[in-house]
Structure formats: C-alpha cells, structure tokens
Design a protein around this ligand. Sequence first.
Ligand SMILES: [Zn+2]
Length: 293
Amino acid sequence: MPRLMTQRTPSLFAASAAGSSSPTTIEFAVLGSSSRGNASILRVTSGPARRQILIDAGLSPKAVRGQLALLGFDLADTHEVLFTHFDSDHAREGWSKIALATGLRFRCSSRHVHLARARGYPDIAIDPFDAESGGFDLGPVHVVPCENPHDATGTIAFRLETDAGSIGFATDIGRVSDALINTMRGVQLLAIESNYDPAMQESSNRPRFLKERITSGRGHLSNSECIEAVRAMAAPIEPEHVVLLHLSRECNCPRLVERMWQEALPTLAAKLTIAQPFAASGLLRLGSELPLA
Ligand SMILES: [Zn+2]
C-alpha cells in the first residue's frame, strides 16, 4: 500500500546510487499540496555544510514554520525558495516580510520576474535564473530547470542533483514533453503531479471554462497522464520513491489513484507516497544515514 504523507514515523532511508559511504544526505518532504497551497522542503547535508531549500511558497509562513517544526526543521535555516511559478497556490504574499527580515532569496525563472513582483516580492530578494541555461548551483545542489506549458506563462520543473542522488520535481505541467522525460530520467526520488480523474472532472460542478483550462494541455496532468509520464521517466532505472503532488480534492480520489498504480505500475505502486493537502509528509531520504536526533 502507498505510504500516506501524514506518517510521522522515523525517516525512510534509501541508499542512493552514490552508495552509503557518500557524506551527503538528502531529506525531502511535502509540507502540503493541493489547489489551496503547495510547498515542499529539501535539505541537503554535506559534511558540516547544509542547504535548506523550499520548493514553492504556496502555504503561509506560519503554516510552513509549523510543518517544518513537526519534521524537526527550522524555517530560519532556509536559504531560498525555488519557484515553479507564481499562481497563488504556489506563491503566497506573506513571504516578502520573511525575505526582508532573514535574507531569504526568491529564485525564479527570468520569465517569471514580473509575476514575482506582482505578488509583492521585493526586487532585492529576487534572484532570476535563465531556464534555458542548462543549470545552476545552489551550494551542493545542481539545479536543472525544464520549462513546461501551464496557462499563459508556463512553469518550471526541476532536477536537483547532489552527490547523494537526484530529485525530480514537476507540478502544474500541462502536458509531458520529451524534454521533461529526459530531464527526470534516472532520478532516485520523483515528485510529480497527479491532479485529476477525467470522469470526476467532467461530472463536477465546475464551470466549463475551468474544466477546459485544466484539461487543455496547459493546465494539469490527469492520473493516467501522470502514470504514463512516470513509466517513461522510470526506464531503464526505477526511482526509489515516487511522490504524487497536487491531487484535486474535488476531482480526484487517493483510493482510485492507488488502484490505478497497482494495476499499471505495481512495482512502483509499492514505492508511492500521496501528498496530503494540509499535512507534512514523513521525510524521504537519499544518501548516507544521518544519526537520529
Ligand atoms: Zn497549482
């Protein structure tokens, strides 16, 4: 059965391709994921050095601080927010104060800077990257961005590479391109959206324009689109963990998703974690095992 992300059990440990002797450890958790707000945390420890990165800031600072505390993390240790895009469920306005008070940086595509400003984020805190540049470093993490269709301004998916292994993170991606599959291939931990069931979408009370926006190829991935994307990304090497993001509360059902995965990709179904809308997950780890605090 898939692990539900409400678990607070001891951290899951998986030896990475780099081997258990690697001095680097990756810890990853989703803090909450739905159309009401999205945020995930990545902490990379390499010897005495540590880098803590928030992926999207679609929950309030208070909510993120609380979810991090449950995991034993401190918001004040966060170096930057890496933004996929600036829809309100991925970029709350309250983060400007945190940035001005703590030096938290906002890392976003140069194509999205005007959207960051529209959220009220101060120029002094914004560090743009060129999504076509092939990558950039955040301390011990090499970030490879990949652009995807989503509404008018698109989103960025990320491959995050470290000595201890790689994480793929893709949400609000409209449709799956060959470039995205190639970017995500071979990661040890893959977090990807599985937004809706088409029949539930169609029979919902949502207005027609919204249904069309979501299913247009510039909105979100359906459950079966997600499964086919992961099938392609998992060849020839399957990830050790798959995390499903951004399930619609109105037009999806975790039990249905579990059944679909057990039928379509049974070996990966056993490695599946379904993110919850308002609860932090258990930590997923790659790399050398950290002593328990
Ligand atoms: Zn979203």
